[in-house]
Design a protein. Structure first.
Lengths: 115, 109
């Protein structure tokens, strides 16, 4: 089974701190994604990557950056955390497959609280 | 961008009941997926269904692409079916999924 592992399940940080959220997948997937989930808003895409060292902005990239130095690892960085970045962060990966389906596999999520 | 609307937003059922969840989208799609998020936050893909009908045990899904909607059927619901159900789509040249806001399902014992 594809496994997507997020490094921290719960984090508490202070305003202004730099925050790293790590995500690793073990099935050689080309595509990786970072979403945030907030009540009533569903999942919103922050950044995604289709290859090593490549990144594209999603719908809400402001205040975030990403890094993909290795195919299996996709990191989300909050340069200076703010209280409005308190949220659940979800990492996902996919591969086109024979149908081009790009079926997403998600990690367990990282719940970040910024005080 | 494409709009994805799910209904109802909340649904409470007694164990053993059947239910239908709906996903409407505002443009033609080339990818549609249904997900279940359990109470602990883990999202699991249920179906990849850009068109047609699929079944997996007590769950089935139908997408009528020409009319821009998809339905998820849950039969003989169990308490473990509780959670949030999301529909997500890809339209046109976009390469990423756009999610609806979900249906919160609670199945009572």
């Amino acid at each position: 089974d594809v496994k997507v592992t997020q490094s921290s399940r719960y984090l508490v940080k202070r305003t202004g701190e730099k925050v790293f959220l790590e995500c690793v997948q073990d099935m050689d997937h080309e595509n990786m994604f970072w979403y945030r989930q907030d009540p009533g808003l569903g999942l919103r895409l922050i950044y995604f990557s289709y290859d090593v060292k490549m990144k594209e902005k999603g719908d809400i990239p402001e205040g975030y950056s990403v890094s993909r130095e290795k195919k299996e690892r996709f990191s989300l960085i909050l340069e200076s955390a703010s209280t409005n970045q308190t949220s659940m962060y979800l990492c996902a990966s996919s591969s086109p497959g024979t149908l081009g389906a790009n079926v997403l596999t998600f990690g367990a999520g990282s719940r970040l609280t910024v005080l | 961008g494409i709009q994805v609307e799910q209904s109802p937003p909340d649904l409470i059922l007694q164990e053993g009941a059947n239910s239908t969840l709906r996903c409407n989208f505002s443009d033609s799609v080339n990818n549609l997926q249904w997900f279940h998020q359990n109470p602990w936050g883990q999202l699991i893909n249920l179906f990849y269904i850009p068109s047609g009908t699929k079944q997996n045990g007590r769950l089935s899904a139908t997408t009528v692409a020409t009319e821009r909607y998809s339905l998820l059927y849950i039969s003989s619901s169990q308490t473990t079916d509780s959670g949030v159900y999301f529909c997500a789509v890809v339209s046109g040249s976009a390469r990423q999924l756009t999610f609806g806001s979900g249906t919160q399902l609670t199945v009572l014992p």
